[in-house]
Structure formats: structure tokens, C-alpha cells
Design a protein around this ligand. Structure first.
Ligand SMILES: Cc1cc2nc3c(=O)[nH]c(=O)nc-3n(C[C@H](O)[C@H](O)[C@H](O)COP(=O)(O)O)c2cc1C
Length: 185
């Protein structure tokens, strides 16, 4: 029987029309048929507060369960003032906690990012790699997907219309898939 894998997608943007969320959707299209994909909405998570660990909010429990169910994590990060957003940092801080089972563990993770600016979230991705290193997650290092001027690179249906970016995205997802499969072999 074919083994199945579950992927969870995270972004640090809460915007309805988030380009990072759209980029993740495009990434999910490259996952093989035996992979399922769930997008995690981080908007309901409270700001991290150790006092809340005594009686965990429902939103934190649900997010922890979702991360626990994941065989791999895909992250698309916006860049705010040269760093990842508070939303993403807050979410990763929550699920890094041993008190809630540290559900990210050392799972495979692949990152990317989209911005309207020219830098393609390079600074935020460096920042995110530091954080994933601190969490001891198993990051895909190459290729790097830095989507600059992203508002010009999707069609009206939200499909990536930039051929070069699509090629890099496919390579990134292929390497991520290999890592996920290897981690469960
Ligand atoms: C507070 C704030 C700071 C920002 N700082 C940067 C930045 O340092 N570099 C950059 O490329 N874009 C920056 N941007 C632009 C965001 O990358 C852009 O809004 C992008 O669309 C956010 O991703 P989203 O479409 O997924 O929401 C900033 C936006 C905001 C709101």
C-alpha cells in the first residue's frame, strides 16, 4: 500500500489576499498524490504567555495537534522591517514548547517568501533559517525561493505565472518531498 504524508503550510501574514498564502497553494500543487496539504491559520493564536500553558487555549491545542499530525512543514514568510513577522514568530514559539509536546520536533521544513519589494524576503528568510536552526528542524537549504515584486507574478486565479519561479518552486518542493519520505523510511 502507498504510504501517505501530511504537510502543513504556515505563513506570517494574516491578510485575506496574502501572496505568501497564495505561494504556498502553488507549492502544494507540486506535492505528489500521496501527500495531503493543510493550511494553518495563525490568526487565532494568542500572544505567547507562559502563564497560558497551565490551561492551554483551544486555538493553541488545535494548532499543536495540526503540527503533530504533519510529516513536514512548508513556510512562506513575508518580510516586515527586514525580519519575519511577529505572527510567525509567535506561532513557532508556541509549538516549540516542551510543555505542549514540542510538536514540530525535528521535522523536515522548506521555506520561501514573497514580497512586493525588490529583495524577495532574503533578510526574513535568513532570520527564519536562524530560528529553524534553534528549533533543530531539518531545513531544505537549496534552492532558495525569494519572490520579489510578487504582485506582478500571479494571474487572476492566483497561479504563479512566472516560469523561472515555477521551476525553482518545483525543485524546492521535490527536495522537500524527498526529505519527508526519507524521514519516514
Ligand atoms: C510593517 C511592514 C513592514 C514591511 N517591511 C518590508 C521589508 O522589510 N522588506 C520587504 O521586502 N517588504 C516589506 N513589507 C512589504 C511586505 O513584504 C508586503 O506587504 C507583502 O505583501 C506581505 O506579504 P503578504 O502579501 O503575504 O501579506 C513590509 C510591510 C509591512 C506591513
Amino acid at each position: 500500500m502507498t504510504q501517505t504524508f501530511h504537510i502543513v503550510g504556515l505563513t506570517g501574514s494574516l491578510r485575506k489576499a496574502s501572496m505568501n498564502k497564495t505561494l504556498l497553494k502553488n507549492a502544494a500543487l507540486f506535492l505528489p498524490e500521496n501527500f495531503t496539504y493543510t493550511y494553518a491559520d495563525l490568526g487565532d493564536l494568542p500572544l505567547y504567555n507562559q502563564d497560558l500553558e497551565e490551561d492551554l487555549p483551544e486555538s493553541v491545542k488545535q494548532f499543536a495537534e495540526l503540527c503533530s499530525s504533519a510529516d513536514g512543514i512548508l513556510i512562506s514568510t513575508p518580510e516586515y522591517n527586514g525580519l519575519i513577522t511577529g505572527v510567525l514568530k509567535n506561532a513557532l514559539d508556541w509549538v516549540s514548547r516542551k510543555n505542549i509536546g514540542a510538536p514540530l520536533g525535528t521535522k523536515p521544513v522548506a521555506i520561501m517568501g514573497a514580497t512586493t519589494g525588490p529583495g524577495g524576503t532574503a533578510r526574513a528568510q535568513t532570520n527564519l533559517r536562524q530560528l529553524l536552526f534553534a528549533l533543530d528542524m531539518d531545513s531544505v537549504n537549496r534552492p532558495e525561493l525569494k519572490l520579489s515584486q510578487a504582485h506582478m507574478k500571479f494571474d487572476d486565479e492566483g497561479r504563479l505565472s512566472d516560469f523561472g519561479t515555477l521551476q525553482v518552486l518545483q525543485q524546492l518542493v521535490d527536495k522537500f518531498v524527498q526529505k519527508v519520505e526519507k524521514s519516514k523510511a
